[in-house]
Design a binder for this molecule. Structure first.
Ligand SMILES: [Zn+2]
Ligand SMILES: [Zn+2]
Length: 382
């Protein structure tokens, strides 16, 4: 301690420093946590009064309470149990910190920046009963001491669920707000969409209200037509909720939203980045150009266990599979076929025969059109 008192005397002879800044110089050497207490103790021993202004931090450290109050204020509406603080300082403070450290050969001490975030984090954690988390915080503060502003950004919340669509006439995707092209503006309340008449819109609206979120970015496992139904266990999807205020909501197993239902929605750690493979059972309703002869549809039984080649831009690839088919004649020029197949096969093209082999028109030697296709089951393969 004597050495430290002597060194402090030397430093204070040249510079006026606050308790925090004195304490920081020696705390690690003494293995003490509270820089302020240590600084105060040293000051008492050498009998020096508190300076009006700290040469190093210009009283930023003793007056952190101002920023603490700002943090408390802007984080009031958010649900969180962990946080992280980033700070932007005046370069001149960092310069003075360096000058004193090198002049007095003080090694292995915390820089003023980490000291500020540590100190204010300690106080904020105590007030809000939350903890600092460096890896995966619920919210992140950025305090800009240069501009005197404090911002908060909550971590996006990722949810996984399935949806069913019980009535026809609901498109899967919502058109972006035409003012901002989906980025978010005053017109769309920063949601990026301004109408809510699609599956996407209905899910997003529910989530905006439930989680106080700003935007909902949905990753779909496969797509459908406006006229398609999605039945059975529903279509899986992931949604990234941007700027959620709430994050600990327990959702019911089934959420009914006017024609669309959300099933088994729950938080997950991330949206998968690999392509997701899936199998579907789809019921296709097909209209033919010519009358069907009595045995004409039998040939379609051969589709079972067949592989399908799809051509995109003249190159044939994409070996997908059909697993099972069940055929039912309805009228002389219409029938239905329930197909179990790999996800990603373009269904309308599979009927008309546009760059896809085999296809229904070719097999029947009859020009066919798919009038509707409904999903009865969707199973993820991995
Ligand atoms: Zn200071
Ligand atoms: Zn907009």
């Amino acid at each position: 301690m004597d050495v430290i008192i002597e060194e402090t005397r030397k430093i204070l002879r040249e510079y006026h420093l606050c308790d925090y800044c004195i304490g920081r110089m020696f705390a690690s050497r003494l293995r003490l946590v509270s820089h302020k207490n240590l600084g105060g103790k040293i000051r008492k021993i050498i009998k020096q009064k508190n300076p009006k202004s700290c040469y190093l931090c210009k009283n930023l450290m003793p007056e952190l309470g101002v920023f603490l109050n700002k943090m408390l204020d802007i984080s009031k509406g958010y649900e969180f149990s962990t946080f992280l603080i980033g700070a932007i300082l005046q370069p001149s403070i960092l310069d003075r910190d360096d000058v004193i450290r090198s002049k007095f050969k003080l090694r292995g001490i915390a820089g003023i920046k980490s000291d500020i975030t540590r100190e204010i984090g300690k106080q904020f954690g105590k007030k809000t009963k939350t903890k600092v988390d460096y890896q995966n915080p619920d919210i992140v503060f950025t305090i800009d001491f240069k501009k005197d502003i404090c911002e908060v950004k909550p971590k996006a919340l990722i949810l996984q669920g399935r949806y069913t669509k019980e009535i026809r006439g609901i498109p899967q995707k919502q058109e972006s707000c035409n003012r901002c092209d989906g980025k978010g503006c005053f017109v769309c309340d920063f949601h990026g969409i301004s109408e809510f008449n699609s599956v996407e819109g209905k899910i997003a609206k529910f989530l905006f209200e439930k989680f106080g979120a700003q935007q909902a970015k949905i990753t779909w496992i496969g797509g459908e037509d406006e006229s398609s139904l999605v039945l059975g266990n529903g279509r899986p999807f992931f949604v990234k909720l941007i700027n959620p205020h709430k994050r600990k909501i327990i959702l019911p197993k089934k959420i009914v939203l006017d024609g669309v239902s959300i099933l088994h929605m729950r938080p997950v750690s991330k949206v998968p980045t690999d392509q997701i493979k899936f199998k579907t059972d789809v019921l296709l309703e097909i209209a033919t150009e010519k009358d069907l002869t009595p045995d004409a549809l039998n040939v379609l039984g051969g589709l079972k266990d067949m592989s399908v080649s799809i051509s995109e831009n003249t190159s044939w690839k994409n070996q997908k599979r059909i697993y099972d088919v069940k055929i039912k004649k309805i009228e002389s020029r219409s029938f239905t076929i329930l197909v179990e197949l790999d996800g990603g096969i373009p269904l309308k093209r599979f009927v008309t025969g546009n760059n896809i082999e085999p296809n229904i028109s070719l097999l029947l030697e009859n020009s066919c059109k798919c009038t509707t296709f409904d999903f009865h089951k969707i199973v993820l393969s991995n």
